[in-house]
Design a protein around this ligand. Sequence first.
Ligand code: ATP
Ligand code: MG
Ligand code: MG
Ligand code: MG
Length: 569
Amino acid sequence: MAHAVNVQRMSTMLLKTLRDDPADAETASHKLLVRAGYVRRTSAGIWSWLPLGKKVLDNVSRIVREEMDAIGAQEVLLPALLPREAYETSGRWDEYGDLLFRLKDRKGADYLLGPTHEEIFTLTVKDQCTSYKDLPVIVYQIQTKYRDEARPRSGVLRGREFQMKDSYSFDTTDEGLAESYRLHREAYTRIFERLGLDYRIVSAVSGAMGGSASEEFLAPAAAGEDTFVDCPACDYAANTEAVTFHAEPGEDAAAHGPVEELDTPDTPTIETLAAHLGVPASATLKNLLVTVDGEITAVGVPGNREVDLGKLSEHLAPATVELVTAEDFANRPDLVRGYVGPQGMAGKALRYIADPRVAPGTAWITGANKADTHARNVVCGRDFQVDEYLDVVVVQPGDPCPACGAGIALDRAIEIGHIFQLGRKYADAFELDVLGQQGKPVRVTMGSYGIGVSRAVAALAEQTHDEAGLCWPREVAPADVHIVAAGKALQNELALELAERLGAMGVRVLVDDRAGVSPGVKFTDAELIGIPAILVVGRGAANGVVELKDRRTNEREELPIDEAVARLN
Ligand code: ATP
Ligand code: MG
Ligand code: MG
Ligand code: MG
């Protein structure tokens, strides 16, 4: 049986399992996907998908594709290598900063590797659609994306090259956009349910995409890099990035009285500031903003001394220090709302500094991103640049829920999907109009919707693994059954026969027919690889009996071969 249908033979497969975790791996998915031979690190944040991994990735893509097709979305494939001009028009050639992979062709023309494709989809639809009758339209692709992430870590969870399903909706009315958004929200719900992921839908900020309504699909997991506010008493859930406070945008800051100013011809120190505020130097303030001559210089919480004002003054003294306390902050709509999660200020503050809204050329301060550590001696202008006010508000477990007032909980999660009502941002930039019913041009309104296809594989591994290894839900597993030939030539022969029989019935089989590998090693590998059913062809096979084991529950049963086959069908 050289190439039996639906059968993969371990004896000839490009697969090598490892006993030890890779040295740099911190998360379970990273360790297990490498050890079980699903992926191979090619360079930092760049991964190769080996046969088992490719099968899982394809299964995720298939589910995504089926559900996108079911809402009438049309699949296309746009290039990953894109000309600079379109991103110049949208402003993102600069906005994206260091996140963008840029390159030149032989003539010196600038290109980029697409981090997301709003620009090119807008141009494509501008080309293809001329009348309101051509809309609404939803287009999508499943494609490789490139982002030069500051900290590519956790294996395929955060790659610098990764697979994304991105779709874009085009409507002539706001109601149309709302409907396209609703269709996506429902499709995403079906996708993540079919994938077997535990997920929450939370309010999100729209970040660099611009636009208004936006929600994220978060998969709760300790390895996640997002923190979300989860109300145990009502259905309020929001990414901490989206938690807003009471100041209304556009409110006149001056109406709330001047922000405190402190003239310090001498070196401003924490003690000076504390004395000025009338608090002990050890106090933890909710937030603090320091500006020098109107320029923001630092954000921090003096009690924790994230900002060493002594250091600051070395570079910027003499200084006028502006203090913004929690109360002031509420009345300063000009300040960008930030958030400090349980991982401490450093991670989040630095995350904001890496936010694409912030000037290009921003630097990460390495070594300051461990949980519960704080960035010290960080000086804006020297260590990083900001071109907007930043501020930080501390939200802690037990703080009142913005919707019902009950004490909130904070949880970690992986962002697996993100849906946006973009509005007319890109349509304006590219002058995307169609001829309306009245014969006049109508500006199109857009939505943009992403799913991390490769990230979903890692998120599933995070949520479903156990101490023995991976443990896939059947629909995404690389096979339906893992047949272990545990014995001599007879067992091997029977295992291969059984594999062929099941394969012909449409059951996807991985068969461990490796010669010279002990049953013990084969069992360990079967648990590590994580196919949902394990069929052991052992001593009983000569009498027509095999053992069927459930990978997740560990339940095992001795069964006549025909019954085992019937169970697997
Ligand atoms: P993150 O907050 O994790 O950096 P993002 O908000 O920058 O993600 P989006 O621009 O919303 O990501 O992209 C859509 C989806 O693509 C995300 O919801 C996520 O599932 C996936 N994704 C984004 N960046 C990566 C990455 N570096 N590696 C793998 N998947 C990613
Ligand atoms: Mg990102
Ligand atoms: Mg995000
Ligand atoms: Mg996002």
